[in-house]
Design a protein around this ligand. Structure first.
Ligand SMILES: Cc1cc2nc3c(=O)[nH]c(=O)nc-3n(C[C@H](O)[C@H](O)[C@H](O)COP(=O)(O)OP(=O)(O)OC[C@H]3O[C@@H](n4cnc5c(N)ncnc54)[C@H](O)[C@@H]3O)c2cc1C
Length: 302
């Protein structure tokens, strides 16, 4: 790593905010991935300076949230991995509007909304991602999605300059937003919720959490649904019908409990998971003529 860059970075970040050769398996729910050259955790005040420094030194960077939708290659990530930090005031309320930092976990935000008797975010309580990652992915479950509750989002552009994007500008659709194509970093989201009954909100969240525990292989590392839902089908059902439940490559397996999930049953490598995903796609295409598109984002070197 460029020494000049590192020295300059040390003037922005504290010692505990950066790590060289950091294993990405510690930062992904798949528990897979080689090392990042450098991993930094700037707070939102430091973040623009880090971006500007990367640009000055032509240092590539990758932004991650909680790593719950990522498959990082076994050879790791070149350049800098930025884990989005939290603002001093993580969550604030203005009537039924809630403003949340990108690094805040969805579960924490959903619980805070419930405490304020605000309804609309119950669907997100069991999704193990950050608010930033949820905006980027337009995360959704049980008939709700981020698109339904986002009012606006603060982002930094490639020059570290702040912009506020409206719901329309975000161009949200099924597991898609405009954020990656512009290279934006989400720093904050303002959500528009509605007044509701606190007990009812809590009961709904509990019901969704129970349904997840019943149907999903939460006892194994995974990145949630491996493939997007193809129009008119369910990926898990197609995979199950193709006889692939329990199909294994190395330490990667199509979950016995829910065929829509690939799980790490031991020391899976990224190569195992990638190969298994390819095999599953090929078999489903061959049997049903349906193309499965990964929902999981593959990053780094494989
Ligand atoms: C057990 C399990 C269940 C799941 N259930 C669901 C579900 O019901 N519904 C659902 O939609 N998803 C689900 N997921 C997938 C995942 O939790 C979501 O996609 C989540 O929104 C990802 O958030 P994250 O913070 O982990 O993002 P990451 O996985 O870290 O990143 C995802 C993408 O967002 C980008 N990104 C992250 N933060 C930022 C930021 N601040 N600025 C710019 N880019 C950023 C990354 O570069 C990457 O491209 C599940 C995952 C698991 C493991």
């Amino acid at each position: 790593m460029n020494q000049q860059f590192l020295e300059a970075l040390k003037t922005i970040l504290n010692e505990e905010q950066w790590k060289e050769q950091e294993p990405m398996k510690l930062h992904t729910t798949f528990r897979v991935g080689g090392s990042a050259d450098l991993l930094v955790t700037p707070d939102l005040v430091q973040l623009p300076s880090v971006i500007k420094l990367c640009k000055l030194h032509q240092m590539p960077y990758t932004v991650i949230g909680n790593g719950s939708n990522l498959l990082v290659g076994d050879k790791g990530i070149r350049g800098v991995v930025i884990v989005c930090g939290k603002p001093a005031e993580e969550i604030s309320f203005d009537g039924a509007h809630m403003t949340v930092g990108a690094g805040t976990m969805l579960a924490k935000a959903a619980n805070a909304a419930a405490e304020h008797s605000l309804t609309g975010m119950e669907f997100a309580a069991g999704i193990p991602g950050s608010v930033g990652g949820a905006v980027v992915m337009n995360a959704g479950a049980y008939g709700g999605e981020m698109k339904d509750i986002i009012e606006s989002v603060k982002v930094l552009d490639l020059d570290g300059k702040e912009h506020v994007l409206s719901l329309q500008e975000l161009d949200l659709s099924y597991r898609h937003s405009c954020i990656p194509e512009h290279g934006y970093i989400v720093t904050e989201a303002t959500l528009c919720l509605e007044r509701g009954d606190m007990q009812q909100i809590r009961d709904t969240m509990e019901d969704y959490r129970n349904r997840r525990a019943e149907k999903q292989p939460l006892n194994y590392p995974s990145a949630g649904s491996t493939f997007k839902r193809p129009e008119g089908y369910f990926a898990g059902k197609l995979i199950m019908d193709a006889g692939l439940k329990g199909y294994t490559v190395g330490g990667a397996q199509v979950s016995e409990k829910h065929a829509g999930f690939v799980v790490n049953i031991g020391d899976a490598t990224a190569a195992d998971i990638k190969q298994l995903m390819q095999d599953v796609s090929d078999k489903v295409k061959e049997q049903y003529g349906v193309v499965l598109e990964p929902e999981v984002k593959m990053i780094g070197e494989f």
